[in-house]
Design a protein around this ligand. Structure first.
Ligand code: ADP
Ligand code: ASP
Ligand code: MG
Length: 408
């Protein structure tokens, strides 16, 4: 079999850990498999590099940030390759560009466009273990890019798809995908199987265990994906296509995102052109808009509330202030310190009333709901950040996620 394995930051966080990872890869190879390995930067390297940049500039150029951050992964591929060689294996490390990972020309959150796998194939066929730097690629014109925080998962899945690998294993510091983050809810339960769609929602809604793009890519190309621990041999979670009939749980998991800013724009002209202009402007500034709530203010005016991430707040403030007249709204206000808590489950499609239950559980605890958004398989509520952990625990409990039995 051809297996792509990915090891995250904690899994390669020290020399001892790198040696342990090399052992694990050695075991896979000893079973007769070919192995491509994707690694993240060691431990908190990426955070530390970001911190260094902040000490130099409050607005470092996106190009130089990518140049800086990609060094983290370059350290771990070389060290892991050395560790494998030390254990008697043939191993070769490759940066993203050497591995042929081409991305769009966007710094900081580029998407992979194509992978030229010739070089990796040749190295594999010559009997090497190939170690590829996660989270990075190169544009058509040779610029180095990164895929966004947590992007090494996407490197691994995209490589598995391009190489038509039999399996993609994501090794991390938890034993699988849980009903919610086990750090916040100790009773959270490991899920043996999760569908691509539910996993995608969970990832988009903040479950940091997998980069959203990696799940999207796995679904698109039918990559068999497993999340498991690099610290134990426990079986992990399989992410695959699951037919609705097999899904017994109404709510599968709870995700949360503690980085939410609410933007309230009041008195916008009620023609649809104004809405289009406002959101086009934000998109041009690459400001990601999430929950959007619109209400009628008067015959000719609407009020609008939407959410963005803290990182985009200053740019949004500047953009909206500069364009208040041309957009024609009366007033804008920003409310930071919010969080979004979401319940996810494919079973919701056929079970009306889940949203009502969710609102009731939160209101019984006196947790104010600022904004709401729903889809067929999720309900999200924006609430104060300081009530987030309480809300997650309450909902986890109320929907019976800690028990083995399906929720009602
Ligand atoms: P890595 O460095 O291996 O990529 P991450 O920190 O990116 O690891 O992802 C693993 C973390 O994801 C876990 O330590 C856990 O705190 C967090 N997490 C959030 N939601 C979930 C969930 N539903 N199941 C498992 N882990 C989760
Ligand atoms: N090192 C990068 C990060 O910390 C990418 C990754 O770990 O997946 O975000
Ligand atoms: Mg990660």
């Amino acid at each position: 079999m051809l297996i792509v394995q990915k090891y995250g930051g904690t899994s390669v966080g020290s020399v001892e850990r790198i040696k342990a990872v090399a052992q694990r890869i050695g075991q896979t190879v000893a079973q007769g498999h070919q192995c491509v390995v994707v690694v993240s930067a060691m431990g908190h390297t990426t955070d530390n590099l970001i911190e260094l940049a902040k000490q130099i500039s409050s607005r470092p150029s996106a190009r130089e940030m990518d140049m800086l951050l990609t060094t983290g992964e370059q350290v771990s591929i070389a060290l892991l390759s050395m560790a494998l060689q030390e254990q008697g294996h043939a191993a070769v490390s490759m940066t993203g560009w050497q591995a042929g990972i081409r991305t769009e020309a966007v710094h900081g959150k580029a998407r992979i466009e194509a992978i030229d796998t010739d070089k990796i194939r040749r190295l594999l066929d010559a009997g090497n273990i190939v170690i590829v730097a996660g989270f990075q690629g190169v544009t058509e014109t040779g610029e180095i890019t990164t895929l966004g925080r947590g992007g090494s998962d996407t490197t691994a899945v995209a490589l598995a798809a391009a190489l038509k690998a039999d399996l993609c294993e994501i090794y991390t510091d938890v034993t699988g995908v849980f009903t919610t983050d086990p750090r916040i809810v100790p009773e959270a339960r490991k899920l043996p199987v999760v569908s691509y769609d539910e996993m995608l929602e969970m990832a988009i809604l903040g479950a940091g265990v997998l980069h959203p793009r990696s799940v999207e890519c796995a679904k698109l190309y039918g990559v068999k994906l497993v999340v498991r621990s690099s610290f134990t041999d426990e079986t992990g979670t399989i992410i695959q296509e699951v037919s609705p009939v097999e899904q017994s749980l109404v709510v599968t998991g709870i995700a949360f995102d503690d980085d939410v800013v609410k933007v309230q724009v009041d008195g916008l002209p009620s023609d649809s052109g104004a809405l289009a202009r406002l959101f086009t402007l934000l998109a041009e500034q690459r400001i990601n808009v999430d929950v959007i709530v619109q209400s009628q203010r008067s015959e000719n005016e609407i009020n609008l509330a939407f959410s963005i991430a803290e990182d985009d707040r200053v740019r949004a403030e500047e953009t909206l202030a500069a364009r208040r007249e041309s957009l024609g709204f009366r007033h804008v206000a920003f409310e930071a310190g919010l969080a979004k808590v979401s319940i996810v489950g494919a079973g919701m499609m056929t079970n009306p009333g889940v949203a009502a239950m969710c609102f009731r559980y939160l209101s019984e605890a006196g947790i104010p709901i600022k904004m709401v958004t729903t889809s067929e398989i999720k309900v999200s509520c924006v609430i104060p950040r300081d009530r987030m952990e309480e809300a997650v625990n309450r909902l986890h409990n109320a929907f019976g996620l800690a028990d083995e039995s399906p929720s009602s």
